[in-house]
Design a protein around this ligand. Structure first.
Ligand code: SF4
Length: 546
């Protein structure tokens, strides 16, 4: 179905705007006269059917795409709004004959790049630079001279100097490039600032229509739809950012690693979904934060996420072709998109459409291949930390980065869960997840599946860390240091992977305290078996009387 929102579409220069480039602040929409431009936007049920995406994510993408089209039509841009039922290339192929050459900024997602490749090859689509990024490939390569191992810190310092952000007279503001040590406080209710609830956004006919579409066509997708918390217009994105500047940034750094059952947000800005759609532009975000009069540790901690980690992941994704090209050999690739275990859990299966892309890199340095437990889909596990975070994910399509790393990825890693299946789960469950961002985060940081390509060690922990950085243990049937399975799982993990990890310098101290203990391995076997079977854990089934 094709709908033209302006009828004077002749003599326009056309641009395909993918679902995640929804900004008039970058590319031709920022520099060319709107009356000379036309955009093609594609709403694509075929894409939505590839994986069991969270309802809120589908609503976010559809709502923003529709509003963006209206906003551009309002400016005088001709808009061709297509509802496709197949790969993007099938919707775009042939358009060049009627519209003339169509440009597109280089898609961030490999999945879309692969889809469009035949049109790039035939010249029907012309790729131009994606102006949303803050760094170039040349800068990334220059930050790693002579083929040095990819390291965030190396890249980040290079970019601080190259951009001048948080730099004073050639030196880092505050005297250091890194204030991580000041950013590790736990949160204590009654002692610390009160976290504010995230903003809600006004209803409008476009959003309501998108909501009805989700409930009608995508009712079988998991997750809760909440239109009140859904930003869909440019004004909503601005409102969200102003809320974040006032309510989150001053305390972001100090509590960025804290976890708290009373607020899934704490002082995280929750802008990642809007940033990854380009409703908010990274350059503006960095500029605004650098100008704030707040503690340097907070500013630096936040800017490191955007100018550092986010850009770094994009480059690693590009350089490795989504971890297909690994240093020693090409990785195996799944034949079709995975469902993150949804089909097994629901019993209903997940039948993706035909003509789909492959399912991504199967890299797994630790050889982990266990199925993801149904607890990740909402079945109670009995582990309060896990159950609290998972309930929030299916409620909101989001949780902050420490819960992602130190609860969800940590447990999956300790259980030797397939990194691909966990990645696919994050991809469908999180409203900000796209291949370029979710694969480096989960295959790399979360599970060590990419080995030391760009992370130095697996980020695993026992109960001590969770107990110190959260209040989850207070409401749990397990007791950290006594009955909680996380600590024996941690020791069992180190022991199981000793041949590969013992020589790792950053694990030296841990291995000094590690010993082979059959009891830890027994806990690992039992916990994994029970969780994969969908059983709830109790102290007595984790530690049965001998
Ligand atoms: Fe999680 Fe263990 Fe704490 Fe329970 S006691 S919340 S399972 S770390």
């Amino acid at each position: 179905m094709i709908e033209d929102r302006q009828h004077d579409s002749a003599n326009r220069n056309w641009l395909f705007v993918p679902y995640d480039q929804l900004s008039a602040g970058i590319g031709p929409l920022a520099t060319e006269d709107p009356r000379t431009l036309g955009i093609v936007v594609i709403e694509n049920p075929w894409k939505a059917a590839l994986r069991p995406y969270h309802k809120q994510k589908l609503a976010l993408v559809i709502g923003n795409l529709r509003h963006f089209a209206l906003e551009q039509a309002e400016r005088g841009v001709a808009v061709r709004h297509i509802v496709a039922q197949g790969p993007y290339r099938s919707a775009l192929s042939g358009l060049a004959h009627s519209l003339g050459p169509v440009r597109v900024m280089r898609p961030a997602e490999r999945e879309l790049r692969a889809d469009l490749q035949p049109l790039f090859d035939s010249g029907e689509l012309c790729e131009i630079a994606h102006e949303g990024w803050l760094s170039t490939r040349e800068q990334f390569l220059a930050s790693h001279p002579n083929g040095a191992r990819y390291l965030l810190e190396r890249f980040y310092r290079f970019m601080r100097k190259a951009s001048g952000v948080l730099m004073e007279n050639g030196r880092p503001a505050g005297g250091d490039f890194n204030f991580d040590k000041e950013n590790r406080s736990a949160f204590k209710a009654g002692r610390d600032p009160i976290p504010q609830p995230p903003p809600s956004f006004p209803s409008d006919p476009v959003k309501e229509e998108a909501g009805r579409l989700i409930e009608r066509v995508y009712a079988h997708h998991p997750g809760k739809l909440n239109l009140d918390s859904l930003p869909v217009t440019a004004a909503d994105a601005e409102h969200h950012w102003q809320w974040a500047l006032a309510n989150c940034l001053p305390w972001f750094g100090k509590y960025e690693d804290a976890m708290y059952s009373g607020s899934s947000t704490l002082f995280h800005t929750r802008i990642s979904a809007l940033l990854n759609l380009h409703r908010l532009l990274p350059a503006r975000i960095v500029r605004d934060v650098a100008a704030l009069d707040i503690a340097i540790a907070s500013k630096e901690g936040f800017i490191r996420q955007i100018l550092g980690w986010r850009e770094f992941m994009h480059h690693v994704h590009e350089e490795t072709d989504g971890f297909r090209k690994m240093p020693d050999a090409n990785a195996e690739v799944a034949v079709s998109p995975g469902d993150g275990g949804y089909g097994r859990w629901s019993g209903a299966g997940w039948e993706g459409p035909a003509d789909c892309s492959d399912g991504g890199s199967l890299v797994s340095t630790l050889g982990a291949d266990a199925p993801l437990p149904p607890a990740y889909w909402g079945r109670k596990s009995g582990l309060n930390c896990l159950d609290q975070v998972i309930a929030g994910v299916w409620e909101e399509g989001w949780s902050h980065h420490i819960t992602r790393l130190m609860i969800l990825s940590n447990l999956a890693c300790l259980l030797d869960v397939s990194p691909r299946e966990l990645t696919d789960w994050f991809w469908v469950a999180y409203i900000d997840a796209y291949d370029w961002v979710v694969e480096p985060n989960v295959l790399g940081l979360g599970t060590f599946a990419t080995g030391q390509l760009f992370t130095t060690k697996p980020y695993v922990s026992g109960a001590n860390y969770i107990h110190r950085m959260s209040d989850y243990c207070e409401g749990c049937r397990f007791v950290p240091g006594k009955t909680c399975p996380f600590t024996p799982l941690y020791w069992a993990f180190l022991d199981r992977h000793r041949p590969l990890l013992e020589g790792n310098q950053r694990l030296r101290i841990m291995y000094r305290g590690a010993r082979s203990d059959g009891a830890h391995q027994d806990v690992f076997e039992r916990v994994r078996e029970l969780l994969v079977a969908g059983e709830e854990l109790t102290p007595s089934n984790v530690h049965p009387p001998t």
